[in-house]
Design a protein around this ligand. Structure first.
Ligand code: CP
Length: 309
């Protein structure tokens, strides 16, 4: 039985296979429509979500399976003090696979140690968000044609943005990757990412504050929102929330083939006037999230590679 806590739980080879499967699902959805007949996915979300929870549910339904779960901690027995460890023991009796989001870093990992079913980390605090990374990788590979030899700008809240941390971990395994981190001083990437991930692996990177100055060098710009829910005080959030607003004026500095990704939700960091720019692919990214979660469910349930059967 396998769980997914971090993108690094999959080797590059496994990741490529999973992305290939997602690509086949996109092209031939009918082939997969009954792969999960009789299977149940539980979505246990202790923190708000639109995309991750609903895309998991949509993915399981497109595979012919069923879903159950809770969307807030308040609507589960967590409100009465039940631990994640006890909850996953219950869920193991009700479902075949579980996607869990939790505000505490490591909570899905704790659940996985007590589970009798595969557990997927659907976002844990400011730590990791591996299925967003799978979504991002599929989007990049599908629209850019490769995952190597790219200069990637990551902009916004790089301190608390778990999607950024997961994406960096995943991308450093491909040759020719370099990063430009664009953030205010207070929201720089954490030291452990800089030292243990980037420096330790000899990955080239640069840290800047101004977006315009690096825009012409980027193959991809990954925008992120400032994570209000992780701030200790509202004053700091209000001061930093509109630090970056990508608009048409700033897009004039970008290459013709630079893609803009965003894990969403967007607040103010991308002006709606950019949405019609063909380089803005964040809504396409959402669709790739369904295909890749379908591929992940099949893989963790041991149902991948049985298309001909
Ligand atoms: N990208 C993402 O995790 O969105 P949700 O918080 O809506 O799930």
């Amino acid at each position: 039985m396998r769980h997914l806590m971090s993108p690094l739980d999959l080797s590059v080879e496994e990741l490529d296979k999973l992305l290939d499967l997602a690509g086949d699902i996109e092209k031939n959805p009918e082939k997969y429509a009954h792969k999960c007949d009789g299977k149940i996915l539980a979505t246990c979300f202790y923190e708000p979500s639109t995309r991750t929870r609903l895309s998991f549910e949509s993915a399981m339904m497109h595979l012919g399976g069923k879903v159950l779960g809770f969307a807030t901690a308040d609507s589960s027995s967590a409100a009465k003090g039940e631990s994640v460890s006890d909850t996953i023991r219950m869920i193991s009796c009700y479902a075949d696979i579980c996607a869990m989001r939790h505000p505490k870093e490591g909570a899905p990992m704790v659940a996985s140690t007590k589970a009798r079913i595969p557990v997927i980390n659907a976002g844990d605090g400011g730590h990791q968000h591996p299925t967003q990374t799978l979504t991002d990788l599929l989007t990049i590979r599908s629209l850019k044609g490769r995952l190597d030899h790219l200069t990637i700008g990551l902009c916004g809240d790089l301190k608390f943005g778990r999607t950024v941390h997961s994406l960096i971990n995943a991308l450093i395994r491909y040759p020719g990757i370099s990063f430009i981190f664009i953030s205010p001083e207070e929201l720089r990437i954490p030291d452990y990412i800089r030292e243990d991930v980037l420096d330790a692996n000899g990955i080239p990177y640069k840290e800047v504050i101004r977006l315009e100055e690096v825009m012409p060098r980027l193959d991809l710009l990954y925008m992120t929102r400032v994570q209000r829910e992780r701030f200790f005080n509202e004053e700091d959030y209000v001061r930093l929330k509109d630090f970056y607003i990508l608009n048409k004026e700033k897009m004039a500095y970008a290459r013709e083939d630079m893609l803009i990704l965003h894990p969403l939700p967007r607040v103010n960091e991308i002006s709606v006037e950019v949405d019609d720019d063909p380089r803005a692919v964040y809504f396409e990214q959402v669709q790739y999230g369904v295909y890749v979660r379908m591929a992940l469910i099949l893989t963790l349930l041991g149902l991948a590679g049985q298309e001909e059967k």
